[in-house]
Design a protein around this ligand. Structure first.
Ligand code: SF4
Ligand code: SF4
Length: 442
């Protein structure tokens, strides 16, 4: 059988026009090392993904003739020698990337904004873009085609007229209309997962926080909510959603706020009222999990599910990214354990980055973490940050065993573990056929 050819390198000229290279092959990066993508991890670029350039940064390619990785500073186009820059993909939701874009990061002059950067190449046989990624969750609800602003605007106006004094609604209208937050839009469409932001403050200082960045760093994507809503304001929005929406979930801590654990009393009170008023729907809590006692209180208030965010299950890497203030990694682990012990569906929001997340030591630590805490699901979320900055700040160098292999290893040790990307309704916490839940065919 004829061996399939390796995908070609993609590069861009200074104006951002993208080309495939006639000879050089696509490379990827695992941590700080260039690697060749394995066949198993290359999939066609999913619909809804984007491709963009990594400004002023030369790509690294695999040169089959030299049998080596080479930086590519310029490429001949006819009579001209064009200076080139690297190309990256940003994955559609539901896909975890398995390799970072291969670049000469030492030459990068700008701090890259908070996106997740993925290796991309050109499959010349099939004539299509390919990325190093794997599908971990399928939920067509999050497809951009479901979010038509022409249908949204009248719904926003109508709800604002019905509840003119609800500050949270005013905030979510801004989130939906100005920030184009899909979750906020769901509230107005009265369907699926809707957010309940509550916290203007946080006790972590994540390097890649999407809601707050120091002025000298990259801009944050959104602005944090500036007040704490009352239990009345929360219930006014949550109850109609829980009672009437299709597949209803209301989620605290959905994104661009601080951490809701700092408003645990308000949230516990609101959740008690919601649960006292309806048995329909799922109430979910996303958090850094910094206070186990508060997690226990929220379990007792009737929360259905918890998702705790972590970039690493190794304390030193967690601390360098989260930069916790007034809590420790041990408290996070205790919170995760506490939620599961109280019978709640418990997930981690694992902010993964190829190289660090599949480093053998991280995988060993993850297996222990699963064993100790008993978590049900790992949401494989691509960490959005400049990869070079991330490695430097975390003082990480080296490469991983391969994200695919890491996921296989975890699944082999704990067949009941679910991989995912999206929060679930309580009816779908434990779907049938769990052991075969991954890999998913696109
Ligand atoms: S995730 Fe951000 S933009 Fe979306 S609703 Fe929450 S606070 Fe608003
Ligand atoms: S825990 Fe969330 S809100 Fe707090 S700093 Fe980290 S990303 Fe930002």
């Amino acid at each position: 059988m004829k061996a399939r050819r390796l995908p070609r390198l993609l590069y861009a000229d200074e104006r951002g026009t993208i080309f495939d290279h006639p000879d050089l092959c696509m490379a990827g990066m695992s941590g700080t090392q260039a690697v060749l993508p394995e066949r198993v991890e290359l999939i066609p670029l999913p619909e809804g993904s984007r491709i963009f350039t990594i400004p002023h940064t030369p790509p690294l390619a695999w040169d089959e003739r030299k049998n080596a990785f080479v930086p590519v500073e310029s490429v001949r186009h006819g009579r001209k020698q064009l200076r080139v820059q690297a190309v990256s993909a940003f994955m559609a939701p539901g896909y975890v990337r398995t390799l970072l874009p291969a670049c000469d990061y030492g030459r990068k002059k700008v701090h890259l904004p908070l996106w997740s950067y993925t290796a991309v190449g050109w499959d010349m046989e099939q004539e299509r873009f390919v990325v190093a990624a794997s599908l971990v969750d399928k939920n067509d609800n999050w497809n951009p085609r479901n979010y038509d602003d022409r249908k949204l605007d009248p719904l926003v106006r109508k709800m604002l007229a019905e509840l003119p004094d609800n500050r949270l609604l005013e905030q979510l209208a801004r989130c939906a209309v100005d920030y184009h937050c899909f979750a906020a839009k769901n509230l107005f469409f009265r369907r699926w997962e809707a957010p309940l932001p509550t916290s203007p403050v946080c006790n972590s200082r994540c390097l890649g926080c999407i809601s707050l960045q120091p002025s000298e760093c990259c801009p944050s994507n959104h602005e944090r909510i500036g007040f704490v809503p009352t239990p009345e304001e929360l219930c006014q929005l949550a109850l109609p959603h829980l009672n009437e929406a299709a597949e209803p979930i209301v989620s605290y801590g959905q994104g661009c706020e601080g951490d809701p654990i700092l408003q645990a009393d308000t949230i516990a009170e609101a959740t008690r009222r919601m649960k006292g008023a309806t048995a329909r729907g799922t109430v979910n809590f996303n958090s850094n999990g910094s206070f186990p006692d508060r997690v226990r209180m929220l379990c007792d208030a009737g929360m259905d599910s918890f998702r705790f965010s972590l970039n690493s299950v190794r304390e030193e890497y967690y601390n360098r990214y989260y930069r916790p203030v007034g809590y420790t990694f041990a408290q996070v682990t205790e919170s995760v354990k506490a939620a599961k012990e109280r019978g709640k569906f418990t997930m981690i929001n694992y902010l993964v980055s190829p190289g660090l997340s599949d480093a053998p030591e991280e995988v060993e630590a993850l297996l222990k973490f699963i064993d100790v805490t008993g978590i049900d699901m790992i949401q494989m979320r691509n960490l959005s940050i400049d990869p070079d900055y991330y490695h430097k700040q975390l003082e990480f160098s080296g490469k991983g065993m391969g994200m695919y292999r890491m996921m296989e290893k975890v699944k082999k040790s704990f067949p009941r573990i679910q991989y995912g990307y999206f929060n679930r309704t309580k009816e779908n916490f434990y779907p049938a056929g769990l052991e075969t839940g991954w890999p998913i065919k696109p």
